[in-house]
Ligand binder design. Structure first.
Ligand SMILES: Nc1ncnc2c1ncn2[C@@H]1O[C@H](COP(=O)(O)OP(=O)(O)OP(=O)(O)O)[C@@H](O)[C@H]1O
Ligand SMILES: [Mg+2]
Length: 197
């Protein structure tokens, strides 16, 4: 992949931070695994329905693929816990715009507007916490509501049955109602060491 320029305007602080943590060589030379790329392409081309739920084991490259995709098409990336934190901050009146020049408060409604209006939304670490409570379930449901029919990439270590057990049947079945990719790719962590050596 050629060198990528960060579309700063679209990125919440967390994505910029995570992206910055990827080593330069990785950003320049890594590729999204073929099956992930094909699934994303098929959804983008409306051959397959959104949301795209990618289920795969630890280290399979899901997060990196989501971050790179956001970077290329412009979008927002959150983990379930970072979005929940953002929501709590908005509710408490302590969420501010990421601008050097102004510090406007972001309301919860505006926060959901960001979710709804972004070109692509990536929600990572879906159902990571088996003890997830009601507020998290409601938040995931809200993401599904705000992204109905729009590009939404869900990333998880858990299969749809487990997601339904954690968030309840209605949320689980909606998360799995679009396209599911079982990404069985090998652990990519070794590959990065090769790229960097
Ligand atoms: N396309 C790639 N090419 C080379 N290395 C990669 C690639 N994608 C990921 N990696 C490496 O593998 C590591 C694990 O990738 P990543 O965090 O994306 O996996 P994951 O599927 O999100 O894992 P988890 O389920 O634990 O969240 C990354 O830190 C990165 O070093
Ligand atoms: Mg991950």
């Amino acid at each position: 992949m050629s060198k990528i320029h960060l579309p700063q305007r679209y990125l919440p602080g967390e994505l910029e931070e995570q992206y910055r943590q990827l080593p330069d060589k990785f950003r320049e030379s890594s590729r999204v695994p073929d099956e992930i790329r094909k699934a994303i392409r098929a959804c983008m081309d409306a051959e397959k329905p959104w949301p795209l739920l990618i289920v795969g084991p630890v280290g399979a490259g899901k997060t990196c693929a989501g971050l790179l995709l956001c970077d290329v098409v412009g979008g927002r990336y959150h983990t379930v816990s970072s979005l929940r934190q953002r929501q709590v901050d908005a509710k408490m009146g302590r969420l501010y715009t990421d601008s050097y020049f102004s510090a406007a408060k972001v309301t919860e409604a505006e926060m959901w507007g960001e979710v709804q209006l972004s070109r692509l939304f990536v929600l990572d670490e879906l159902a990571a916490d088996p003890g997830a409570k009601e507020p998290e379930r409601q938040m995931v449901q809200s993401v599904l509501d705000h992204r109905e029919g729009k590009p939404l990439l869900l990333l998880s270590n858990r299969d749809p049955k487990e997601i339904a057990e954690i968030y309840g049947g209605p949320v689980g079945s909606r998360a799995a109602a679009g396209t599911i990719l079982w990404h069985r790719g090998e652990d990519m962590r070794e590959q990065t060491r090769e790229v960097l050596s």
